[in-house]
Design a protein around this ligand. Structure first.
Ligand SMILES: [Zn+2]
Ligand SMILES: [Zn+2]
Length: 548
């Protein structure tokens, strides 16, 4: 009896680091390979990626990695996986154009095999095959993935919304999704990001009216910040600017590169003569100028954040400017975004972040759209993904409302396979999984211990002790030296701690003092306890024993 396994290595119970495996026998197919961003509890961490141990252990069985679209939570971890595996990566032409450069930059010498598919292609993967189907989202050329197994189709919605008036007029292939439903979908893995929102989500096209309104009211320059991958938002900004006789310049490397690539490949059609280079803006009056900029998440190195600090050499904010904040903060970035917005106001720039006419719409399906996807695919099992536990829970309620019995709705956890056979489905034996932290050095694997130490140092400072020991005699030589950085406590508490340490070391037996490990451990322990008691503080305490 054949078994098909669906194993999430990331992306369930959370929004981010999407990576899911479908396994049948000795064939593995991977859908997406994304990263997530650190929380404030992860000082010094750049990105968080899935633990790829399971994929690396099974690398000889990997038949392909399929990318649904070019957002970081779906592609961002590729540079960390590809050096360890050798299977092809499949994606659309646009996704390849947006990520290839960055991959080459990160992977330097190692080669990777990237293959472009068209929607409707059928890619054989051992005993399985994968068919990408066109869907709409906040980036063009997004795909659902239909993975055909011997039990039926495992259908991944990818990130999606049903946008019936997409900016590029390329509609979701609803007919094909329905046909696949007829063929037989055993499990539907659905995006649940917006399951809390009732009704139908607005179309990307609705943003145009919001942009028009701001543009009509602004007398000075108009800036807009959004994700550099939101090509349709950028396209609409160009169109509205052209209507108002404004020229548009792009600021920020990623923004400029993406406009170049999308224009070259015809994913973006700019009104003639509207785009100008940044230095040429000086030829125009403020009322004839519009600017597209990176920095919607308050990223410290982004053009917008630097402009807000007056530290961007190529462009300065001035009174009378208007900035349209056309994005939604990724949780964790709110503080950095508000700091940026406040600095812009201080410089006389009006920031529009909310408006009666939308200046941003979500790329994710609302409740009725989620129901429509269930209706089209008519899956046997429902599997909510791309959501936190509350989203998974609400999606389950929707499934129940639609007549699904509870035992056919599975709330996945990372690393716990959903095993399906001809007659049933159940949770299987866990596989290695977890989060891997990558710090600014770019080397994955920052451990929880390292993180805890960083956190302690950042919060309570560090105390360093040096003890000199004559290990032959078992004598402490001179007094230990204590230094502190970033530590704050009652006056004299460090001197008291030092005295306490001298007493403590004196109380050790001669034999105990001959053991440097014991001296180090006890020194740390004595000082840590003392500071906790007298200063209610828990700095990182580090002792070094010098043997003479
Ligand atoms: Zn996503
Ligand atoms: Zn997305």
């Amino acid at each position: 009896m054949s078994t098909v396994q669906v194993i999430a290595l990331g992306g369930v119970g959370e929004i981010g680091k999407n990576c899911t495996v479908v396994r049948e026998g000795d064939d593995l197919v991977v859908i997406d390979c994304g990263l997530t961003f650190p929380t404030e509890e992860m000082p010094g961490i750049d990105v968080v990626i899935p633990d790829f141990t399971y994929l690396i252990e099974n690398r000889d069985k990997l038949r392909g990695i399929f990318i649904t679209h070019a957002h970081e939570d779906h592609v961002g971890a590729l540079p960390y996986l590809l050096p360890h595996v050798s299977c092809p990566v499949y994606c659309t032409e646009l996704t390849a154009a947006l990520v290839r450069g960055r991959l080459e930059e990160r992977l330097r010498n190692s080669k990777f095999d990237m293959r472009v598919f068209k929607h409707g292609d059928r890619i054989e993967c051992g005993s399985m095959s994968v068919e990408p189907v066109r869907i709409t989202h906040s980036i063009p050329e997004s795909s659902c993935m239909a993975v055909r197994t011997s039990l039926g189709i495992v259908f991944f919605t990818g990130d999606f919304k049903f946008d019936f008036t997409p900016v590029d007029n390329r509609l979701a292939n609803i007919t094909r999704i329905g046909e696949l439903g007829q063929e037989g979908v055993i499990a539907l893995l659905s995006d649940t990001t917006n399951v809390e929102r009732p009704g139908w989500g607005p179309s990307e096209r609705d943003v145009k009216e919001g942009l028009r309104k701001v543009m009509a009211e602004a007398s000075g320059r108009v800036l807009l910040t959004t994700f550099a991958s939101n090509i349709h938002r950028m396209q609409q900004f160009f169109e509205v600017a052209a209507e108002f006789g404004r020229k548009v310049a792009t600021v920020g490397r990623r923004m400029s590169e993406n406009v170049d690539a999308s224009e070259r490949m015809n994913y973006m059609r700019l009104p003639k003569g509207t785009r100008v280079d940044l230095p040429d803006l000086v030829q125009y009056a403020d009322s004839e100028v519009a600017i597209l900029t990176t920095g919607s998440q308050g990223e410290p190195m982004s053009a917008l954040v630097q402009m807000s600090k007056g530290e961007y050499g190529r462009l300065q904010i001035k009174p009378g400017d208007t900035l349209i904040y056309s994005a939604r903060p990724i949780p964790g970035n709110e503080a950095a975004i508000w700091r940026t917005v406040n600095r812009l106001f201080e410089q006389g720039c009006r920031v529009i972040y909310e408006s009666a006419n939308p200046i941003h719409v979500s790329g994710h399906a609302y409740q009725e759209e989620l129901k429509m996807m269930i209706n089209l695919t008519r899956p046997y099992y429902l599997v909510p993904v791309h959501g936190e536990p509350r989203h998974q829970f609400m999606y389950k309620q929707i499934g129940i409302e639609m007549g699904y019995p509870e035992h056919r709705i599975f709330t996945l956890q990372d690393g716990i396979p959903l095993d399906m056979d001809e007659t049933s489905a159940y949770f299987g034996e866990p596989v290695p999984c977890g989060r891997v932290l990558v710090d600014t050095s770019g080397t994955p694997g920052v451990s929880d211990d390292v993180l805890r130490d960083r956190h302690n140092v950042a919060k309570e400072g560090i105390v360093v002790i040096t003890v000199v020991v004559d290990v032959e005699q078992g004598e402490i030589v001179g007094d230990p030296v204590m230094q502190a950085r970033g530590f704050h406590g009652p006056e004299g508490v460090l001197d008291q701690a030092l005295e306490h340490l001298i007493d403590g070391l004196g109380a050790l037996s001669r034999e105990e003092r001959k053991d440097p490990g014991r001296v180090r451990h006890d020194s740390q322990d004595i000082v840590r306890r003392m500071l906790q008691k007298r200063a209610s503080s828990r700095p990182l305490v580090l002792a070094t024993v010098v043997e003479v």
